[in-house]
Design a protein around this ligand. Structure first.
Ligand code: C2E
Ligand code: MG
Ligand code: MG
Ligand code: MG
Length: 293
């Protein structure tokens, strides 16, 4: 009976696996169409300064509005695009679109605009020999300075050295800012912080979730901000969902945060409204007499 059961479980498992493979193949084929027919778009999530929550920069996050499936999450289609190679084209589109948007906000809102634009870069993109040139081209086309761009890479892409690390060094030499994303969840090595020239450590939500808990649950977030600052890197706490977490993170030394507590990923127009208010506020500070005490 046990054998029978084991066998049926195996059959069910492979059936599920096949279904998933087929589903992935279909998604992959549809992605090609999605890119050319304009089904992909970007949302922008604010990164804020603690404790007030003032806007610092934004991170571009890709979305897919599928004609039948509705909104598809990048957690679902980015891995598929990584496997079939489409990520190279998708990534190039994301980079150009995010930089175009950043340049537009700069023109319209000047100093009230975001400090910089964060763009996620997948390991596969970093292995493309032409990636540095692609970044250079986009900066030139959009008129952005290298330091207006923050490329978010993962530890796993660079932990074993090789061409990806060389690419990162070339980007750093260009003056582009670099972040290690989801820090602590991949092939973490603190040695990487010395060999890989990064400016920002994005501490994963996994560790941020624990900051209001026990010492054991908060120890990693506590240590990472100290390590980051000792190495003169900025630390960003990812996935901050509550006021209590925000307050605790500030106590621990975090000065930058991102999460639903402050703002979810927003459409371009909503960020524009936010920036317009900010621009007006900056103007008022200079022009208006001090408010009545
Ligand atoms: P990520 O780069 O670490 O982005 C942060 C993710 O956390 C985003 O998910 C964001 O919506 C989500 N998030 C932000 N604040 C909170 C919070 O308070 N609570 C919770 N539960 N989640 C929060 P999203 O947009 O679904 O993206 C997931 C991942 O997909 C990203 O993680 C990134 O690795 C990848 N991704 C997104 N856009 C791109 C892209 O254009 N290119 C590449 N290569 N990867 C991308
Ligand atoms: Mg990111
Ligand atoms: Mg992240
Ligand atoms: Mg993350």
């Amino acid at each position: 009976a046990a054998k029978e059961q084991g066998k049926s479980r195996y059959v069910r498992y492979t059936a599920e696996l096949d279904a998933r493979t087929v589903e992935h193949a279909r998604l992959g084929a549809e992605l090609q169409h999605a890119l050319v027919s304009g089904e992909l778009f970007l949302l922008y999530q604010p990164v804020v300064v603690l404790p007030e929550g003032e806007l610092s920069s934004v991170e571009a996050l890709v979305r897919w509005r599928h004609p039948e499936r509705g909104l598809v999450s990048p957690a679902e289609f980015i891995p598929v695009a990584e496997r079939n190679g489409m990520i190279v084209q998708i990534g190039a589109w994301v980079l150009r679109e995010a930089c175009r948007q950043m340049a537009e906000w700069r023109r319209r809102y000047g100093a009230a605009g975001p400090v910089r634009m964060g763009v996620n870069v997948s390991p596969r993109q970093l292995r493309e020999p032409s990636f540095v040139q692609a970044v250079t081209d986009v900066l030139r086309e959009t008129g952005l300075r290298p330091e207006d761009l923050l490329l978010e890479i993962t530890e796993t892409a660079v932990f074993d050295g090789g061409p990806a690390l060389e690419t990162v060094r070339a980007l750093h030499a260009l003056g582009v800012k670099l972040a290690l994303d989801d820090f602590g969840t991949g092939h973490s090595s603190l040695g990487l912080l010395r060999t890989c020239p990064v400016d920002v450590l994005k501490v994963d939500k996994l560790f941020v979730d624990g900051v209001t808990g026990t010492v054991e649950n908060s120890v990693i977030a506590t240590s990472l901000v100290q390590i980051a600052h000792a190495l003169r890197l900025r630390a960003v706490a990812e996935g901050v969902e509550t006021e209590a977490q925000a307050r605790r993170l500030y106590q621990l030394g975090y000065r930058l945060a991102q999460g639903f507590h402050f703002a979810p990923p927003l459409p371009e127009e909503e960020v524009g409204r936010l920036l317009a208010v900010r621009a007006a506020g900056l103007g008022c500070d200079r022009l208006d007499p001090p408010a009545l005490a």
